[in-house]
Design a protein around this ligand. Structure first.
Ligand code: 4NP
Length: 159
């Protein structure tokens, strides 16, 4: 059975689509395409139907990642059921996700992205890059690359 992983941020145009692309990239590198289903969603539906943020796309492309996700809202009824792991980018995401969970089982699916980081220890969130400059986007990618590799190692051990 495929492990189903959903990345969640606020707008689903910067952090979570990048997490999705980086996870797909690393899964492919490890030859694990048949073991995972990966998607992303936003707490807000503000950018639903939009492509990823152009700046985020550009910084991601420089590292070889293609952000082809179309933004969609997180739907608690469908998504808590459909996914095994629901990974938020910051404490605000986690708080809202926990509020939307309808059972202990649903709550237990919620994790925070930086909890999987191994190089970036002491970081407590993947910061929202939307209103910042270049360094914010690079930091997002650095944190996500670190966390995705930690996550994949953890999931491989679980198997
Ligand atoms: P994201 O970034 O949550 O990483 O996709 C944001 C994108 C848009 C907005 C906020 C954060 N916004 O306020 O429109």
């Amino acid at each position: 059975m495929k492990k189903r992983v959903l990345f969640v941020c606020l707008g689903n145009i910067c952090r979570s689509p990048s997490a999705e692309a980086i996870m797909k990239f690393q899964v492919k590198e490890r030859g694990l395409e048949d073991s995972f289903y990966i998607d992303s969603a936003g707490i807000s539906g503000f950018h639903s139907g939009d492509s990823a943020d152009r700046r985020m796309m550009m910084y991601a492309a420089r590292r070889g990642y293609v952000l082809d996700h179309v933004s969609r809202k997180f739907y608690p009824d469908a998504d808590f059921e459909a996914f095994d792991l629901i990974i938020g980018m910051d404490d605000q995401n986690i708080r809202v996700l926990r509020q939307m969970a309808n059972s202990r089982e649903e709550s237990q699916k919620i994790r925070k992205m930086t909890d999987f980081c191994r190089s970036f220890v002491g970081r407590d969130c993947v910061p929202d890059p939307y209103y910042g400059g270049e360094s914010g986007f690079e930091l997002v990618l650095d944190l996500l690359e670190d966390a995705v590799s930690g996550l994949l190692d953890e999931l491989s051990v679980e198997k």
